[in-house]
Design a protein around this ligand. Structure first.
Ligand code: RP5
Length: 160
C-alpha cells in the first residue's frame, strides 16, 4: 500500500493543500501531513528530503507560495517523485512568482508542477503514480474518472 507525504511551507498553505489531503483520503491512500519550510526550517527540510524514501513514503506533494523553494529543494534531496503545488499566498504578487519558482527547475531535478492552487490534481497525480504498480489504486482511479464522465453527461442532460 502506497503512502503520500504532503508538506507545505506554512500553516497558511493548509486551506489550499487540504484538497490533496481530502482526495487521497477519498481514495483510501495513507497520507502524512507536515509543515516544512525551506527558509524557516532548512534543517528539517534537509532531514525530510534525505529520509522520506526510507520511511515507506512513495510520493511527495510539496506546496509553497511566493519564493516557493520547498518543492525544488526537496526534489534535489529525495529520489522520490515530487509534485509541486504553487500556492497563491499572502506574499505572492499574483501567483506567477509561486508558479515559476516551482516550475522552472534545472535539468536533472524534475518537479511535476500542477496549476496554481491545484492541490486536488496533485493528490490525483500522486494516486496515479502509486496506481501504476498497485492495481487496487489504479481501479480506484478508473472508477473516479468514470464518475467525472457521468457528472458531465448528467449536467448535459439537465440542460435539455
Ligand atoms: C511561503 O510563504 C509559504 O509556503 C507560504 O505560502 C508563504 C507565506 O507564509 P506565511 O507568512 O503565511 O507563514 O514560504
Amino acid at each position: 500500500m502506497g503512502k503520500v507525504a504532503i508538506i507545505m511551507g506554512s500553516k497558511s498553505d493548509l486551506p489550499v493543500m487540504q484538497d490533496a489531503i481530502d482526495i487521497l483520503k477519498e481514495f483510501k491512500i495513507e497520507v502524512e501531513v507536515d509543515i516544512v519550510s525551506a527558509h524557516r526550517t532548512p534543517e528539517k527540510m534537509f532531514d525530510f528530503g534525505k529520509n522520506a524514501h526510507t520511511r515507506g513514503i512513495n510520493v511527495i506533494i510539496a506546496g509553497a507560495g511566493g519564493a516557493a523553494h520547498l518543492p525544488g529543494m526537496v526534489a534535489s534531496l529525495s529520489p522520490l517523485p515530487v509534485i509541486g503545488v504553487p500556492v497563491k499566498s499572502s506574499n505572492s504578487i499574483d501567483g506567477w512568482d509561486s508558479i515559476l519558482s516551482i516550475l522552472q527547475m534545472p535539468g536533472g531535478v524534475p518537479v511535476a508542477t500542477v496549476a496554481l492552487n491545484g492541490a486536488k490534481n496533485a493528490g490525483i497525480l500522486a494516486a496515479q503514480i502509486i496506481g501504476a504498480s498497485d492495481k487496487t489504486i489504479q481501479n480506484t482511479i478508473i472508477t473516479y474518472k468514470e464518475s467525472l464522465k457521468t457528472k458531465v453527461i448528467e449536467s448535459s442532460k439537465d440542460l435539455k
